[in-house]
Ligand binder design. Structure first.
Ligand SMILES: C[S@@+](CC[C@H](N)C(=O)[O-])C[C@H]1O[C@@H](n2cnc3c(N)ncnc32)[C@H](O)[C@@H]1O
Length: 195
């Protein structure tokens, strides 16, 4: 459902001709692509969950899919990782992608990390490429707040802050849709192009 919805927003039928970077990939999309035999050009998954990336690398034999562990810090998922900076390099070498997606990743980031990630990802998108990501937008007085007891368990942002972040990091917002569009289980979602 999420992949179909993202394709709808991108105006394409499927990912059959798309070179995708799924950042903070988890295992859901790899599962859907492999086990439901979804069309895919190329798929690169990056995550800071070592065990999961090792599992996917060992068990996915389709050579169009590749998985990379990145040891950077996140308070919830990888508290002992290396500090994330705007100059950090992704573990994929000199690559760029047609589409970079982040589902439920900005929902687990401190504001500085969200900014660094958007700045880093900007270096890995093709000139005609796109960024699609979900985030939890809330009406609030400030820019950011945690909705749960633990930092980055459920990070929420104001729309104005995220729009400002995109502008500062070299992205233009093409569309922003609210939560659960057409019943799809997704938070607010941004489609962006590199400026
Ligand atoms: C809620 S899960 C979502 C997983 C997947 N995108 C999905 O929708 O099923 C958040 C994922 O982001 C990863 N993550 C969080 N911070 C990250 C970072 N700085 N770099 C790469 N992955 C990160 C976590 O390890 C986790 O797998």
């Amino acid at each position: 459902m999420l992949i179909e919805y993202m394709c709808q927003r991108l105006g394409i039928a499927d990912l059959g001709k798309t070179d995708v970077l799924d950042f903070g990939c988890g295992c859901r999309f790899a599962d859907a692509i492999v086990n439901k035999e979804l069309p895919i050009g190329r798929y690169t998954g990056i995550d800071i969950d070592k065990e999961m990336i090792e599992f996917l690398s060992r068990n996915v034999s389709d050579t169009r899919l590749a998985f990379y562990y990145w040891d950077v810090q996140n308070p919830l998922y990888n508290p002992n990782g290396e500090a994330l900076t705007s100059n950090s390099s992704l573990p994929v070498g000199e690559r760029d992608f047609d589409l970079i997606c982040m589902f439920s990743v900005i929902t687990h980031q401190l504001p500085d990390d969200a900014e660094n990630l958007l700045r880093i990802l900007r270096r890995y998108v093709r000139p005609e490429g796109r960024l699609f990501f979900s985030a939890n937008i809330q009406d609030m007085d400030g820019d950011y707040r945690e909705m749960a007891h633990r930092p980055t368990l459920h990070s929420a942002y104001s729309a104005a802050f995220l729009q400002g972040l995109l502008a500062r990091t070299g992205w233009k917002c093409l569309s922003l849709e609210g939560k659960t569009p057409q019943g799809v289980p997704i938070q607010d979602s941004f489609l962006c192009a590199p400026v």
